[in-house]
Design a protein around this ligand. Structure first.
Ligand code: AMP
Length: 210
């Protein structure tokens, strides 16, 4: 299964990607996680990415397309993958369509902006393994500590309220047109985001069966 997850920032895309990864036993490729790792490691890509991410803007298409061409060519992607965060623009989607990779389905998780703003304030991320938590909706067993690896939980720099507004704006203007693009190709499926993560996963799996 080669799947794209499409959703506004904070709509639960990363969490659902993790669930689907376990369910289908295929890797999740998260562009945000790749970029944040590069920023942390101070690579050339990281230096470029930092200029954009912290302002809630998208990294230029040519950079992202080249990063993903390399990543999707790796061995672990042969039997399928879940794309979390790519494509995010029409140019990226067209580059993917023009490649030899055949995407099976595009799943859009539909969550209203007001809910997203509420969810992003309170989101926590593990510094080590990038698992996400939420202080109210998905708290770790021990405050400030990752359940999976024991790493430190922190608030992402781009989860600050001003940046969240800009990221939502970027989503509506640059990523939302992909919904129409994939609907026209006939591979779009839509799941309504629910209050509880498990309920959203049920909706997601149901939408993927269609
Ligand atoms: P995410 O963790 O998916 O919310 O991504 C965090 C940030 O990384 C985004 O706000 C963008 O600045 C950048 N980013 C992630 N994926 C892409 C992409 N496909 N194209 C451009 N920028 C991206």
């Amino acid at each position: 299964m080669k799947l794209i997850l499409l959703a506004a920032p904070g709509a639960g895309k990363g969490t659902q990607a993790e669930k689907l990864s376990e369910h289908f036993n295929i890797p999740t490729i998260s562009t945000g996680a790749i970029l944040r790792k590069n920023i942390k490691d101070e690579t050339e890509l990281g230096k470029i990415a930092a200029e954009y991410i912290n302002d809630g803007k998208l990294i230029p298409d040519d950079v992202m397309i080249s990063v993903m061409a390399d990543r999707l060519g790796e061995d672990d992607c042969k039997n399928g993958f879940i794309l979390d965060g790519f494509p995010r623009t029409l140019a990226q989607a067209e580059a993917l369509s023009a490649s030899s990779i055949q995407i099976d389905k595009v799943l859009m998780i539909d969550v209203a902006d007001e809910k997203i703003i509420k969810r992003l304030s309170g989101r926590l991320e593990c510094e080590k393994c990038a698992t996400t938590y939420h202080k109210d909706f998905r708290p770790p067993a021990k405050d400030g500590v990752c359940d999976k690896c024991g790493g430190n939980l922190t608030v992402r720099k781009d989860d600050k309220p001003e940046t969240v507004k800009e990221r939502l704006n970027t989503y509506h203007t640059q990523t939302e047109p992909l919904i129409e693009y994939y609907k026209n190709i006939g591979i779009l499926r839509v799941a309504k985001g629910q209050e509880e993560i498990v309920d959203t996963t049920k909706e997601v799996l149901k939408a993927l069966e269609a």
